[in-house]
Design a protein around this ligand. Structure first.
Ligand code: ATP
Length: 586
């Protein structure tokens, strides 16, 4: 197949803004394409040579393309640069210069698609010293044999500027018409694409095996599955109604979505956008190796920054420090992560995407070894709106964004690449940001682990309520303590230690150690939030809920100048919550 056929189609596609016409031109091109080339032609129409998830790009810098063009046309680079300033498009400039080319045609061999594809592939894969020159020579070679029109599209392709505007879905439409017997085939093609993210493989399958082959299309390890997404509703009643009265509600962790592909010890990680992020998370790779029992698996997890000594989840912003190509080792140390697994799409050779969620969830629990750093997402199966609301508050207070409520109906398959009603997210409409510090009283503590073994992992803190002379818990806090603080705390608190909860302390939580309410600490939090587990302001804002400080952190200030009765009062927390309550933008 001649490359000129492709170039002619590009020209027609470029000339229209109507999607239907664009599809027609694409259908015509795909029909003209021999079967063995169909995947390559599909990649080329997208300006690529491989699917995105491979990360292989042709990636020729404009400067290098100018050099190649100069060599192929015998012009100097400056002249080409001047023309580029006028056209603003190196493709256009290439076309003009090739038209002016004198007498080179004698040695010209027509470009075939195979030749073009293979040369582009070589360009993409050439690395190391001298690779720039090699790439330039390869491109110049192609341009020497190209017609002006071909040169235009070649240059645009190699510099990443093809931009024909052919969406993935248009390619699927065109394949349905060209090889699937009509538009009805589209849904099957779409599913095949959604579970492979590889338009080339989809095209190859339909040309070789027809629509039946597409219907049998299965998940393959190391081809990322396009993520299933959630719709949103803002009340537990609506959510339960939409999900048939009952659902499985899971914590919506606030981190980065990771799709892990496992073949024995080989782990590949993909981001929500299906980029290969394996190198960014060597610690996650290790966790998947160690704590996933299946030999082969595709799993989905939310990767969250977690303080490994206290088990507390850290705000999303901390995880952003992990988004880097260099200094990964240091970031792994500074910002440790935990994995919360929430789906399994493939396990021990079986595609599970068409199985209902309860089946997948059971398999997930079967193949994950729960550990400090790897666990299945916390969940609750419920048909009760009140219970759902409480679970939601608990999730938020623990540092999650809210809940993802999932259908447990027989049709609750994994809808790859779709935002549908089988998953419904429940996030806050309002939140109350904390702008000021509070002074809270230490009433209990929890034992630490890891680096904090032998000292306290977190303290249980309370506000003061003067009318009944009570201390009511408002948060657990393990952040902001220096090594020195951690050493000092058990000693300082020793004299206030009790064998039971102090009678003036109100707490639903069972601390490991109780104290007489004596010591006040200055604390800053991110927000004040509703909570079913803290006593402060219980039933004031909402029945069955109290208020809690979310993401609390010790500022370093021991309020020795304050008696416990001078600490922040329950009423002050209520006022802070009310006055700072704002609608969440989303
Ligand atoms: P958002 O900004 O709300 O995360 P989104 O468009 O990225 O939106 P949605 O489909 O709306 O994604 O929400 C689901 C997201 O929540 C997933 O992409 C995933 O990263 C995250 N998540 C956290 N915990 C879970 C869970 N238990 N189940 C499913 N998704 C979860």
């Amino acid at each position: 197949m001649q490359y000129s056929i492709i170039a002619d189609s590009y020209e027609k596609i470029e000339a229209t803004t109507k999607r239907l016409e664009m599809t027609d031109h694409l259908v015509e091109l795909l029909k003209k394409t021999p079967k063995q080339l169909i995947d390559k032609v599909v990649y080329l129409t997208q300006g690529k040579i491989y699917p995105d998830f491979t990360g292989i790009e042709i990636g020729i810098a404009e400067k290098l393309a100018i050099k190649a063009l100069a060599r192929a046309t015998g012009q100097n680079e400056e002249t080409i640069e001047n023309s580029l300033k006028q056209t603003g498009d190196l493709g256009e400039t290439a076309q003009q210069f090739l038209q002016k080319r004198i007498q080179a045609t004698l040695f010209q061999q027509p470009l075939t698609v195979t030749k073009v594809y293979e040369t582009l592939e070589k360009m993409a894969k050439t690395t190391g010293p001298g690779s720039i020159d090699t790439k330039m020579s390869l491109l110049a070679g192609l341009l020497t044999n190209a017609s002006p029109k071909e040169a235009k599209y070649l240059i645009r392709t190699v510099t990443g500027n093809l931009r024909l505007g052919i969406a993935d879905m248009t390619v699927l439409d065109a394949l349905a018409i060209a090889y699937g017997g009509g538009k009805e085939a589209r849904q099957h093609l779409e599913r095949a694409y959604n579970i492979s993210s590889d338009l080339g493989r989809v095209a190859k399958t339909i040309t070789e095996k027809g629509i039946e082959g597409i219907k049998k299309f299965e998940v393959v390890i190391n081809e990322p599955i396009r993520p299933m997404l959630a719709e949103r509703l803002s009340s537990p009643q609506e959510i339960l109604e939409k999900l048939g009265g009952k659902c499985i509600a899971e914590f919506k962790y606030d981190g980065e979505r990771i799709q892990a592909h496992k073949v024995n010890d080989k782990i590949t990680l993909y981001s929500r956008r299906l980029e290969n992020i394996t190198d960014q998370y060597p610690d996650a790779v290790e966790l998947f190796q160690k704590y996933v029992k299946a030999q082969t698996a595709i799993l989905e997890a939310e990767c969250v920054a977690v303080d490994q000594d206290t088990g507390e989840m850290r705000p999303f912003q901390e995880l952003m420090h992990r988004r880097r190509k260099y200094g990964v080792e240091k970031a792994v140390e500074e910002y440790p992560i935990s994995l919360f697994m929430f789906d399994v799409l493939y396990s021990n050779g079986k595609d599970l995407t068409l199985k209902p969620y309860p089946t997948r969830h059971k398999e997930l629990e079967r193949i994950i070894t729960q550990s400090d750093r790897t666990r299945t997402a916390e969940y609750l199966i419920t048909d009760n709106p009140e219970e759902l609301e409480k679970f939601f508050e608990k999730a938020v207070e623990n540092g999650c964004e809210g809940l993802v409520c999932k259908s447990i109906a027989p049709d609750s398959i994994y809808q790859a690449g779709a935002r549908g009603w089988l998953w419904i997210k429940y996030k806050r409409d309002y939140k109350s940001e904390m702008t000021d510090t509070v002074d809270l009283v230490v009433v209990g503590a929890f034992h630490g682990r890891g680096k904090r073994a032998g000292t306290y992992g977190a303290l249980l803190l309370a506000v003061y309520e003067p009318e009944d002379d009570l201390f009511k818990t408002v948060c657990k806090c393990g952040s902001g303590f220096s090594d020195e603080d951690l050493e000092k705390l058990p000693k300082t608190l020793e004299k206030h230690k009790l064998t039971h909860k102090h009678p003036r302390v109100k707490s639903f939580l069972e601390a490991d150690v109780w104290f007489e309410p004596k010591m006040a600490l200055e604390i800053i939090g991110a927000e004040i939030t509703l909570s079913p587990v803290h006593v402060c302001a219980m039933d004031v804002i909402r029945k069955g809920s109290g208020l809690a400080v979310r993401f609390p952190r010790f500022t370093g200030k021991y309020r020795e100048d304050k008696s416990p009765e001078d600490a922040t009062t329950e009423q002050e927390i209520i006022e802070m919550y009310r006055s700072q309550l704002k609608k969440v933008e989303s």
